[in-house]
Design a protein around this ligand. Structure first.
Ligand code: GLC
Length: 454
C-alpha cells in the first residue's frame, strides 16, 4: 500500500513537473532562436560566493565531503569550480567524483553503495526519475531547506518529496530539443528547420550529400542511439510525437503498436544513411562532439549542449547554429522528454549537516544563474529562468520552445523496477537500430514490460 502511494505521488509529480516547467519559460522570440553565446570561462562569470560563510566555517570548517557529480560536457568543470568556491568560503573540503556518463550506470552505482550502507559519498546528483526509488536512503532536507524549496518549480518539489520527506533538491531541468546548422540550411535553400521527421531526414540527406564532398566525416543527423537510458528518452519522443503513445499508457504496456513500429523502422532505415553508422553507440557526448566539430547538420540533445556549441574554445560552429522544438510524425505534435537532476544527501553520511549546506549552496538562485549562463542548463527556480541575463544566453527558454509538450518516462508506473523496464526498452530499440525489424523485436519488449508490471 505504502509503495503504491509513493508511485501515485510520483505519477502526479511528473505531470506537475511537465506543466510547471512550461510555465518557467520567458521571453518573446519565435520557435527557433539564436542567442548570444554563453560566457563560458570562469573569468567571465565567477562562481558565486557562499552566503553566511563565516558561521559555516566556524561550525563545519575542516570537515570533508564527497560529491558524486556530473560528467557530461562542461559539467565536471562547473562542479569543480563551485566546490572550490565552497571550500574557499567555508573551509568544508569537497571531493568531486564524476559519475558514469550513462544515467542507468549511475543509478546502479548508487544502488550498490546504498545497499551496502556505505558513507563513501555524502552528496549525489539524482536523475529526476530516482527520488522514489532512493528515498529510503536519503536525508529529509525539509527541516533545513524547506524554505529554499519554495523558490523552485512546485512540480519538482512534489517529485522530490516522498512520504512527506523532501529527499532531494532540484538542481537543473532538461528536455529534448533539436539543434540545427543555420548556415547550412541557408546554403542548401531551406528557410526554416524541419517540422516532421520525414522532412528532417530529407534535409539531412541533401545537406550530407553536399557536405561530404569536402568533409567525409559529415553526417545529416546525430542523436543518442547507444543501448542506455538516453535512447529510452529519444525513442519516447519519436513515439509520442508520432501518435504511438508513451510505451506504457493508462497502466497498460503499449510499446508494441503499429505506429511505434513504423517510427522505429523509419529511424533504423536512416542508420548509416543520414546518421553515422555508429550512432548506435552514441551517448550525449558523442552527439555533441560531432555537432560542435562541424560534422553534423542536425542533432537531438538537451540544452547543456548549447553552451558547448557557443564556446569558441570547444566549438567550430559558433554563431552558425540554433535550436528549436523536435520534429513530429505526420498527424503528431512536437514533444520533449522530461529530464533533469536533483541533489540528495546520503543518510549514511558522517557529515550530514555540512552536506546539506553544500546542497543549499549548489541549488541556490545565484548558483542556478551561474549554471544557466555558463552551462546553459535549465534553471529549476522560475525567477532565475526569467532573469534577462539568463534568457539572453538560453534560447530554449523562449516560450515557443519551452512550452513544447513534455513527455515523462514511465517511472511512475514502473517504480523501483524502472531501470529494468527502461533496459528492456533501450536494448530492444538498439537492436532495431542495428538492423532487426521492429515487428520481430517489439513483442519481446512488450512481454518483458508486462512481466515487470505484473
Ligand atoms: C539527461 C537527463 C536525464 C536523462 C539522461 C539520459 O541527463 O537530464 O533525465 O536520464 O539525460 O541520458
Amino acid at each position: 500500500m505504502k509503495a503504491r502511494i509513493v508511485l501515485l505521488a510520483t505519477a502526479a509529480a511528473l505531470v506537475a513537473v511537465a506543466l510547471s516547467l512550461n510555465v518557467a519559460s520567458a521571453g518573446r522570440l519565435g520557435p527557433s532562436a539564436t542567442a548570444t553565446p554563453a560566457a563560458t570561462s570562469a573569468a567571465a562569470y565567477p562562481a558565486p560566493k557562499v552566503p553566511n560563510a563565516a558561521a559555516l566555517k566556524k561550525e563545519y570548517g575542516g570537515q570533508s565531503i564527497t560529491f558524486i557529480g556530473d560528467s557530461v560536457g562542461g559539467s565536471h568543470n562547473r562542479d569543480v569550480a563551485l566546490a572550490k568556491q565552497f571550500t574557499k568560503d567555508t573551509g568544508i573540503k569537497v571531493k568531486v567524483v564524476p559519475h558514469p556518463t550513462a544515467s542507468d550506470a549511475s543509478y546502479s552505482q548508487l544502488a550498490r553503495v546504498f545497499s551496502s550502507k556505505s558513507s563513501s559519498f555524502d552528496v549525489a546528483m539524482l536523475d529526476v526519475l530516482w527520488p522514489g526509488a532512493f528515498a529510503p536512503f536519503l536525508v529529509d532536507l525539509k527541516p533545513k531547506l524547506g524554505k529554499e524549496a519554495k523558490q523552485h518549480t512546485p512540480g519538482l518539489i512534489v517529485n522530490d518529496t516522498v512520504g512527506g520527506k523532501l529527499v532531494a533538491m532540484p538542481w537543473f531541468g532538461d528536455f529534448g530539443i533539436l539543434y540545427y546548422r543555420t548556415d547550412l540550411l541557408k546554403k542548401y535553400g531551406y528557410s526554416s528547420p524541419p517540422t516532421t521527421w520525414t522532412q528532417l531526414f530529407a534535409m539531412a540527406k541533401k545537406i550530407q550529400d553536399g557536405e561530404q564532398a569536402s568533409n567525409p566525416n559529415f553526417s545529416g543527423f546525430v542523436f543518442q542511439g547507444n543501448s542506455y537510458e538516453g535512447l529510452t528518452c529519444d525513442a519516447l519522443e519519436w513515439y509520442k510525437s508520432s501518435g504511438a503513445g508513451s510505451f506504457i499508457d493508462a497502466g497498460k504496456v503499449t510499446i508494441n503498436n503499429p505506429k511505434g513500429a513504423a517510427v522505429l523502422d523509419l529511424f533504423a532505415s536512416q542508420i548509416g544513411k543520414t546518421t553515422p553508422r555508429d550512432v548506435t553507440t552514441y551517448q550525449e557526448g558523442e552527439a555533441h562532439t560531432a555537432f560542435v566539430e562541424g560534422n553534423a547538420a542536425f542533432m537531438r540533445n538537451w540544452p547543456y549542449a548549447y553552451s558547448i556549441g557557443a564556446d569558441p574554445k570547444t566549438s567550430k560552429i559558433v554563431g552558425k547554429f540554433s535550436v528549436t522544438v523536435l520534429p513530429h510524425g505526420s498527424g503528431g505534435q512536437s514533444v520533449g522528454t522530461v529530464g533533469g537532476w536533483q541533489l540528495g544527501v546520503n543518510k549514511y553520511s558522517k557529515h550530514v549537516d555540512a552536506s546539506i549546506e553544500f546542497v543549499r549552496y549548489m541549488t541556490s538562485a545565484p548558483v542556478q544563474k551561474f549554471d544557466a549562463i555558463t552551462n546553459t542548463n535549465v534553471p529549476t527556480i522560475p525567477a532565475v529562468a526569467k532573469d534577462p541575463a539568463v534568457v539572453k544566453v538560453n534560447p530554449y527558454l523562449k516560450p515557443a520552445i519551452a512550452n513544447v509538450a513534455r513527455v515523462a518516462r514511465p517511472s511512475n508506473i514502473l517504480g523501483a523496477h524502472y531501470n529494468e523496464g527502461s533496459k528492456a526498452i533501450y536494448q530492444g530499440i538498439n537492436q532495431i537500430l542495428n538492423g532487426r525489424s521492429a515487428s520481430s523485436v517489439l513483442p519481446g519488449v512488450q512481454a518483458k514490460l508486462q512481466r515487470i508490471l505484473r
